[in-house]
Design a protein around this ligand. Structure first.
Ligand code: IPE
Ligand code: IPE
Ligand code: MG
Length: 250
């Protein structure tokens, strides 16, 4: 079968959770003398292929950064075109996602989005809630610092309502109040577009994630590029603070 052949060099060592910063849409468009929005549209197409491939290969969770809390600082026209693109893409791509048994979730501060878009997001979450395949998490108006701040606010409320005591605070407890706390932590982080930074993505959740950077611009990132990243991941030794010898004898 093609699937076995394609990923044979990962020795079955697939990440459960892959987190991606899909960067480089604007530069891709510029290189082709197209408007930036054309790059974002091509980016949606690239995402659909990566989602289908991940679902087929048995990756459990894919979390993608579609719009950061800082992206509001972009020119107003780009922001409003992006909002339009999110809405139409959800409408157009929903059927295929649902057909592929994908379960959708959005993380981030959705309250700042236009009502129509927010409604589409919650509708698709509800409609796919019983799907048992790939969990696709889309981070929109998300920021790692926003996530941590929210966790602190929620914890503070529990303590002031006397549901919890300050002494109960632990790393595990803080983690429970963060986005994605019900899912395995990201095993593999991929950033396309050549920048080597986290840009306020999953700051808490990436503590022990393997970091992979690809110079290719997001619209050009295809299943072969993902396969290369997965092969690189399969060769990593994840020590979580232990020594190599301890890992070998575990
Ligand atoms: C990522 O591509 C998509 C979003 C941030 C919405 P960019 O738009 O950042 O593309 P570059 O980095 O300018 O090429
Ligand atoms: C990160 O890309 C956010 C998304 C891909 C959605 P940016 O292009 O916004 O990141 P910076 O500004 O280069 O760090
Ligand atoms: Mg960018």
């Amino acid at each position: 079968m093609a699937k076995k052949h394609e990923l044979s060099s990962t020795n079955g060592n697939l990440p459960k959770h892959v987190a991606i910063i899909m960067d480089g849409n604007g530069r891709w468009a510029k290189k082709k003398s197209l408007p930036r929005i054309a790059g974002h549209r091509a980016g949606v197409k690239a995402l659909q292929k990566i989602v289908n491939f991940s679902a087929k290969e048995g990756i459990k969770v894919l979390t993608v950064y579609a719009f950061s809390s800082e992206n509001w600082k972009r020119p107003r026209t780009e922001v409003s075109m992006l909002m339009e693109l999110f809405t139409t893409s959800l409408q157009q791509r929903f059927k295929e996602l649902h057909h592929n048994n994908v379960r959708l979730r959005f993380i981030g501060d959705l309250s700042s989005f236009p009502e129509k878009l927010r409604q589409s997001m919650t509708d698709t979450e509800h409609l796919t809630t019983n799907n048992t395949g790939l969990k696709l998490v889309v981070a929109v108006n998300y920021g790692g610092r926003w996530d941590i701040t929210n966790a602190f606010k929620a914890l503070h409320k529990k303590i002031s309502d006397e549901v919890m005591a300050a002494d109960d605070i632990s790393e595990d407890l803080i983690g429970e109040f963060m986005c994605l706390s019900d899912l395995p932590e990201p095993d593999l982080f991929i950033r396309t577009g050549g920048e080597k930074r986290i840009s306020n993505y999953l700051l808490w959740q990436l503590a022990y994630t393997e970091l992979y950077f690809d110079d290719c611009l997001w619209p050009d990132f295809d299943t072969a590029s993902l396969e290369t990243a997965l092969q690189w991941y399969a060769g990593r030794e994840r020590r979580f603070g232990r020594t190599s010898e301890q890992i070998e004898h575990a």
